[in-house]
Design a protein around this ligand. Structure first.
Ligand code: ADP
Ligand code: MG
Length: 294
């Protein structure tokens, strides 16, 4: 071929399912020597399902009324956990109450006004850090089972907990192994999710360095710390919560299928087919192209 090596590397990467936004990206991808992976939607498939519904006894709510309340509040959110809640309500054919004033905070959750009440759905650790009552017991039960527990508050009072679980991508462990081989160090896991669920999943793919309960700016701090140790950090993520870290990274790659618009816009490259294993493949390709240029 008469194409310059970096352009043919872009074309090649595209064939492998990674769309680089410029030739410079391919060059940078060939330089990375450390990797930070997001959990939900990146190491996992990003189509989590509701696996437990725990209305708190004193509320008088049933599973269905709790689920409908949470789904109404989550309806406008594009977060994978929100989609799981809405889908579970749809599967049960529950009518959703009208929700107003939707807002969301990345890494924390959502809030809406429903029937004049402020309903919040999100991270137990963020919404109610000092929880001790039956809600804390329900959260612990679900998290010990490897699920992500989502707390539902009505006017700042806990009314129930919903457990959500996602499948590991089939190529997650092989991807972690290939990235370890390429960079000489095992990727780290950066997640906004709880420590218990994160560690359980990390162990399955061979990751030991787990940073859980992170806000978007904490993910940025982790990337900057890597840079301060002279690493060129590749960040792979899918969510709105990953966008700042994708921007701060030496190179950012977004998961295309489940990825949020913001992550796709911010990343330097996008995995267009849903194959995580394409990432180590294109890192290898970029290195080969660099060698040709030099
Ligand atoms: P990850 O970093 O693993 O992709 P996120 O940062 O997106 O996870 O989310 C972190 C935590 O914030 C979730 O585990 C959940 O507790 C909470 N959260 C964020 N958005 C929502 C939402 N729309 N509904 C419920 N919980 C949410
Ligand atoms: Mg994510």
């Amino acid at each position: 071929s008469t194409m310059p090596p970096l352009l043919s590397a872009i074309a090649n990467a595209g064939r492998h399912g990674v769309l680089a936004k410029s030739a410079v990206v391919m060059e940078r991808l060939g330089q990375v020597d450390a990797v930070a992976l997001d959990k939900t939607g990146t190491l996992t498939e990003g189509t989590p399902r509701v696996t437990g519904i725990r209305p708190l006894p004193r509320t008088g709510l049933t599973e269905d009324t709790l689920l409908a309340l949470a789904a109404a509040a989550e309806h406008p959110s594009e977060h994978p956990l929100a989609r799981a809640v809405v889908e579970a309500a749809r599967a049960r054919r529950l009518p959703l109450p009208e929700a107003l004033d939707f807002s969301s905070v990345p890494g924390r959750g959502v809030s809406s006004t429903i029937g004049g009440h402020a309903v919040q759905v999100g991270s137990p650790g963020r919404l109610l850090p000092a929880a001790t009552g039956p809600e804390a017991a329900a959260v612990a039960e679900l998290e010990d089972a490897g699920q992500t527990a989502v707390l539902v508050l009505c006017d700042d009072t806990p009314v129930g907990v919903i457990g959500i679980a996602d499948r590991l991508r089939p190529d997650a462990a092989a991807t972690v192994a290939a990235l370890t081989e390429l960079t000489g160090r095992t990727p780290v896991l950066l997640t906004g999710d709880n420590e218990r669920a994160a560690r359980r999943l990390a162990a399955e793919v061979g990751i030991t360095d787990v940073r859980a309960g992170l806000l978007p700016q904490d993910k940025v701090a982790a990337v900057r710390h890597g840079e301060s140790e002279r690493h060129k950090v590749l960040v792979v993520g899918d969510g709105v919560n990953d966008a700042p870290a994708l921007a701060a990274a030496h190179t950012g790659i977004a998961m295309g299928k489940a990825g949020s618009d913001l992550a796709l816009e911010t990343a330097d490259a996008v995995v267009v087919r849903d194959e995580l294993a394409a990432i180590p493949t294109v890192v290898g390709l970029s290195r080969a192209a660099r060698r040709l240029v030099i």
